[in-house]
Design a binder for this molecule. Structure first.
Ligand code: MN
Ligand code: MN
Length: 364
């Protein structure tokens, strides 16, 4: 049994959970090594305290499951079969009188939950999410290496983006050039829709790139990430096109100071809240508190947003092996939008910054 499944089983024994039925693409991948987005079809992994786990997937994917290295039972179903009947049979072969079932409550839909409650009429349903989050939060050396590769490609993407900035080019022109360059390097997937925002658009934390043209005096914001072997990177850089005004510079310097301070504050033993507040205080003291409307950052891994959540109220203690983003921003409508984001890995006594593109203001 792989060590991730073993850890889940240990938790199940401690908590009297008879079956864990894991159904999200990310957690099935984390536990089994098999990645699939089955759309509306059922994908699931059933784990028991002692008995052999099984994976249920669309029949056409059975071959891929085997190729992924999963060497336990696989239940493939056709489009005219009800997969829940097969799940029921397989569980009945293993255990009876199921009293407690762990599911991903945030992921499972009502229809599937109704099937499960019909299969296990005497069972209580508990959340498997908290445990899976905890497991995924601490990265092993293999995961770190993959994330580092994804970060190196994100750095490269920013470099390409900066070299593409020119008077009159649109946000989409630059975005296309960045993604084209990545595809030539073999990248097949971005962590999320790439953002290239210029001028007033950069002042929106989640703006949409479009036909806006880059002009001298603009701050241009890139926010993007690259997926390597199912793991995400996430970087933001804000650069100046030509001379920018004093106010824009002051905002940039404040964000940078806050970002560097939060990196410095990140180490095992501090809370997520302390790290967030380290940056937030600097921004508030400079008078921009109300223009920093989001958390400092988020965990990063198989999902582009995972745990820990770096908020000003999260008392979670930072531990070695965590990977998260540090991305303070200041967005003053009509004046400037600046965000600087790095991905960091927590070491025994501090951090390793995984994204490395320069952060001192780049004037293009
Ligand atoms: Mn980002
Ligand atoms: Mn981010």
């Amino acid at each position: 049994m792989n060590h991730r499944v073993t850890k889940l089983q240990a938790w199940m024994k401690e908590n009297g959970v008879d079956v864990s039925f894991v159904s999200s693409t990310e957690n099935v991948f984390y536990l089994s090594g098999f990645f699939s987005n089955p759309h509306e079809r059922l994908l699931g992994l059933a784990v028991f305290q002692e008995e052999e786990p099984f994976l249920v997937c669309p029949g056409m994917e059975v071959h891929d499951v085997k190729a992924s290295g999963w060497n336990h039972e696989i239940i493939g179903y056709s489009d005219i079969q009800n997969p829940w009947e097969l799940v029921h049979k397989s569980i009945n072969k293993r255990i009876h009188n199921v009293r407690k079932v762990a599911i991903e409550k945030e992921h499972m839909n009502v229809e599937r939950f109704e099937y499960l409650t019909a299969l296990f009429p005497n069972a209580a349903f508990v959340s498997a999410e908290e445990k899976l989050r905890q497991l995924r939060m601490i990265k092993d050396s293999k995961e770190l290496k993959i994330i580092e590769e994804a970060c190196a490609l994100a750095d490269y993407a920013i470099e390409v983006g900066c070299s593409e900035i020119e008077e009159g080019k649109t946000e989409l022109d630059v975005l296309n050039a960045v993604e084209y360059a990545l595809k030539k390097k073999g990248v097949t997937e971005m962590s999320f829709s790439t953002m290239v925002l210029t001028g007033a658009n950069a002042a929106s934390p989640h703006g949409n790139p479009g036909a806006a043209k880059i002009q001298k005096g603009d701050l241009v914001l890139f926010d993007l990430g690259v997926v390597v072997d199912r793991y995400c990177s996430d970087i933001t850089r804000t650069v100046a096109y030509g001379d920018i005004n004093e106010k824009q510079k002051e905002i940039y310097d404040t964000v940078l100071k806050a970002q560097l301070a939060a990196i410095e504050a990140s180490k095992p033993g501090v809370t997520a809240a302390e790290v967030d507040l380290t940056a937030r205080r600097i921004i508030s003291d400079a008078g921009y508190g109300e223009y920093f409307p989001h958390r400092l950052g988020h965990g990063l891994g198989i999902s582009v947003h995972e745990y820990p959540s770096m908020t000003e109220t999260n008392q979670l203690v930072i531990e070695e092996g965590m990977v998260y983003t540090i991305e303070p921003g200041i967005y003053v409508p009509e004046v400037a939008g600046v965000r600087i984001e790095d991905d960091v890995y927590i070491t025994a006594d501090g951090v390793k910054v995984l994204t490395k593109f320069p952060k001192e203001l780049q004037i293009i």
